[in-house]
Design a protein around this ligand. Sequence first.
Ligand SMILES: [Zn+2]
Length: 261
Amino acid sequence: MKLYDTHAHLTDEAYRDDLDRVLAEARSAGVIAINVVGFDLTTSRRAIELAAAQPGYLHATVGIQPNSAVDADAEDWGEIERLAADSRVRGIGETGLDRYWNDTPWGLQQDYFERHIVLAAERELPLVIHMRECGNEIADQLLSHASNGHLRGVMHSFTGDWDLCVRCLDLGLMISFAGMVTFKNGAALREVAARVPADRLLIETDSPYLSPEPLRGRRPNEPARVAHTLRCLAEARRVPVSELAEQTTANAGQLFGCETG
Ligand SMILES: [Zn+2]
């Protein structure tokens, strides 16, 4: 079985002395590729370093997450633009909007989101989009860029309802599910996940956060555990686990331009 963890923060402190073991366990769980997602300049640089050390296995994305935008220096964005040209970078983000923390003033969040959308189009790279309690506002902002055809990107750790899911699908985005879809109180989200077209579905861990059941609460989460999320989704969709593994991995390979065969 081949799995692709499309969203992991392997730059986190939690893995500093433990990354070799974490990657070995991911490999033995069948994980054949992991996206290491940057959320500010430091982690974006580090994501590229990690991808350089594990070519073909780790892939980098670069960006400044909405909650980090308030701390970004004037030069940071220019540096992100330069990093985006690196061949190991397979996506722009994470970016998006966040109504939950509201660390960054709303206008500044929208400004940074806009920059990522433009950069992704320039570089012909998919967007990695973070949503928290403002999915419709994200879709609104993306809509103005979708007129010339479909957007490429992913709504990561999707937690919205079916109406929002349809809006995202109509924009051309893929929908990625993390540990929350496995939680006991996640029945509504599982119903949404069951309806996503098979060729638009991705899986992720969002490590070190949100360990899936039956490991909920065990930190740090790690890429090997994406297998639990896959099994939960396969059950919700009433399809064989192996079939869903193959499909989601092929979807990720196509979106991020990585060999998965
Ligand atoms: Zn993330």
